[in-house]
Structure formats: C-alpha cells, structure tokens
Design a protein around this ligand. Structure first.
Ligand code: LMR
Length: 400
C-alpha cells in the first residue's frame, strides 16, 4: 500500500549534516546547522548544565510522573522573566501565559495552531528570507503564509523601506513573525530606532507581533540587550507572542526545551488563553518532557548558577565574534575579490556570505565544506584551525 510513496528530499538544513556524515574526507567541515562547537570542533555541554544535571540526579525526591500539560511551572515563570524582564508590567499584572514547549519549533507550532483556531486573521507575514522551517511550521499549523521584504542583497543589510512598505500593505490584524535578535539566516537586525518605527507601524495597523527568540544572549552577549525589541513591544501594553528556545543559549539542542508566551490585555484573558493552549497541546504530545526544563529552571532560579551561565554564554558569543574577525582578515590577506565587511557587521551565529548555490556546491565538492545552499555559514562551527581552509575555499569559489 505504500509502494507509490515518493522519496522526500532531505531537510535543507538538517540534511546538510546527513551529507557531511557520509563524507570520509579528513578535512571535511560542517558549517550547516547552527550548533556551537568548541575551538577543537567539539560539541559543548556547559559546565553549569553539568552542575544542574548533577543536582537533579542527586535529588532523590524527584520522580518521573507526567508533567502538567503546560510543563514545569517554575520553568515557565522564569522563562517569561528572562525574555520580558523581571520588572515587566505584563508579568506583574498576570497578563502573560507561558507554556513549556518542544524548543523553538514546538513553541512556534503551538502558537501557530492556537492562532489558526482562535485569532480572527489567519495570515502570517514572515521575513524574506527567514529560517527554512518557518513557512512549513505555520502552513501546517493552519495559517496562510506571506512574506515581507527584509534583506537587501545589494547592501547586504536591512531593506528597511521594503519592510515598512510591505507591513503597511498587510491587512489590518495580520500576524507578523519577527526574529527577536540575530536574524537567521542573514545576521542582520534592525537598529533600535528602526525597531521603534516597526513597533509604531505594527501597533497603528493592529498587526499581531509573534517573536521567535532563538538566540537570546548570542547577538550581543547580553541577555537583556537581546530581549530589548520584545520588551519594547510589551512596554506599550499591546499583545504579542514569543517563542523561546534554549537550544543555543544553554546548548540544550537535543533536550528540546522552549517556551511559548502570550501577552494579553488582562489576567482573565491570559487565563482563558492558557486553557485553550492546553487543548492544542494535549492531542499533539500530551505534555512535555521533564529533564531539560528542570535543568533550565535550576539554573535560572539560582543566582550563582545564573551568573555562571551568563559567563559561559558570553564566552560562546565572543568566540563567534572572534571567528568573524579571523575569517574577514584571512580573506583580506588573500586579496579575495569583493567587500567582505558584512562578515564582521552581521551578528549572531550565522554569516550570510552572499555566495550563490553554485559556489556552495563547488566548495562542498572541492573542499568538503558543508553549508546551506543559500550561502549561510554557521560561524559557531569554525575554529582558528579551520579558517584558512574556509578562506581558501571561498577564494577559489569567487575566482573560479
Ligand atoms: C539552524 O537554523 O541551523 C538551527 O535553527 C537548527 C535547525 O533546527 O534548523
């Protein structure tokens, strides 16, 4: 009965790792998926995460019962504080509902399904380009996906006038997906003045902002600074949604820890919204897993561990910034044609190199360097040892 099923293509991002794993070359380099690597090219488990896990293992009162549908209560409260700020009026007024979800993707999907069922406008505007999974997540959630201009390939910066024009022309009430910081894949973020203009436009047209916050702490190295755009929208008293992921900033990729928060106008509304979120979650996966969220809660609630985390997070962010400088300098030293200053101007985990899909294919074939076909490279996958190899490959690709 399944004989007529056609072979599906690999995922554009995770499929890069599948191809990389098959390559036998000793010089192969995976710059596809956004996953942090040490200077030695190894995955990193943060010390503070190991410490929290040890505490959890030693605590014999811990059991393996089902969590409530909404997850670990402490984790939800602490996650809301992390993104909205401890003194957020929305938290103080109990206008926020937060539910634990399966990392950023799960949070977006639960938020998307909730909106498809309960919100009057079913169109979501996503930036062009955006993370490859966004259109699929929201389409399957039951929303209709449209794009707004975001990136200008000529300036390798923000297409701010295009963005404003497209949001201005969106139907009143439409949902707008915004990357809270460190836009994926471009590494290009609005300035705070531009954010303020975006906020004014969104509010004046009654659009509904839905933030995807997957890199809090990775853009600037400061958790508060990276949450500033979200807090700007919450401060005006209006509604918004926020999907948080702890994959990158706590290195908890495979633990699938995230949260969806919905900021409402009043506490009574927030409580009704939460009751409906439970109806979205229960038939989807019943209730979320305990372990990862318990790690996060243990770290966020302990002052010492929290500080230790911020130091380790800053070290990851700083190593990525150093990779940007080293790659830029290596290309300058080789005299590689073109202006490569965007490598140091862009922020977060990725550089949107401007290399086209043919050049990417050439670098994979000739240099065993794996990256997404849109020319995005994960700076977190580089080290001082591998930068010369990447610089050689880029040089060869643009001069061939
Ligand atoms: C990425 O963009 O590489 C990450 O967000 C990982 C993923 O799931 O795609």
């Amino acid at each position: 009965v399944f004989a007529s099923i056609v072979q599906a293509p690999e995922d554009p991002i995770l499929g890069v790792t599948v191809a990389y794993n098959k390559d036998q070359s000793p010089v192969k380099l995976n710059l596809g998926v956004g996953a942090y690597r040490t200077e030695e090219g190894k995955p990193l488990v943060l010390n503070v995460v190991r410490k929290a896990e040890q505490m959890l293992v030693n605590d014999e009162s811990r059991v393996k019962e089902y969590l409530p549908i909404t997850g670990v209560a402490d984790f939800n409260k602490l996650s809301a504080k992390l993104i909205f700020g401890a003194d957020s009026p929305a938290i103080q007024e109990n206008r926020v509902t937060t539910v634990q979800c399966l990392s950023g993707t799960g949070s977006l999907r639960v938020g998307g399904e909730f909106l498809a069922k309960h919100y009057h406008e079913k169109t979501i505007y996503i930036p062009l380009p955006t993370w490859g999974n966004h259109p699929k997540v929201f389409t399957l959630a039951g929303l209709s996906v449209k794009t707004y201009r975001y990136y200008d390939p000529n300036t390798r910066g923000l297409d701010f006038s295009g963005l404003l024009e497209d949001l201005q022309n969106a139907p009143s009430g439409a949902i707008v997906l915004l990357h809270a910081c460190a836009h994926n894949p471009t590494g290009v973020d609005p300035t705070s003045d531009q954010w303020e203009q975006i906020r004014q436009l969104i509010r004046s047209k009654s659009l509904l902002p839905f933030f995807d916050s997957a890199y809090q702490g990775f853009a600037s190295g400061s958790l508060d600074a990276d949450a500033a755009p979200v807090r700007m929208f919450v401060a005006d008293g209006g509604e918004c949604l926020a999907a948080q992921s702890y994959a990158k900033n706590m290195g908890l990729y495979g633990e699938r820890v995230g949260a969806l928060s919905i900021v409402c106008k009043g506490a009574d509304v927030a409580s009704k919204v939460e009751s409906q979120l439970k109806l979205v979650i229960r038939p989807m996966y019943s209730n979320p897993p305990i372990h990862g969220a318990s790690i996060v809660a243990a770290i966020l609630k302990d002052g010492h561990m929290y500080t230790e985390w911020t130091v380790e997070l800053k070290a990851m962010a700083d190593r990525i910034i150093s990779m940007r400088h080293q790659l830029f300098e290596a290309l300058q030293a080789k005299g590689t044609p073109g202006d490569w200053s965007h490598i140091i101007k862009q922020i977060g985990m990725f550089t949107f190199t401007g290399l086209n899909s043919d050049q990417v294919a050439f670098m994979t074939k000739e240099f065993h360097i794996y990256m997404t076909s849109d020319g995005r490279i994960s700076m977190a996958g580089l080290s001082s040892r591998t930068i010369p190899h990447l610089a050689n490959a880029i040089h060869a690709a643009v001069t061939k």
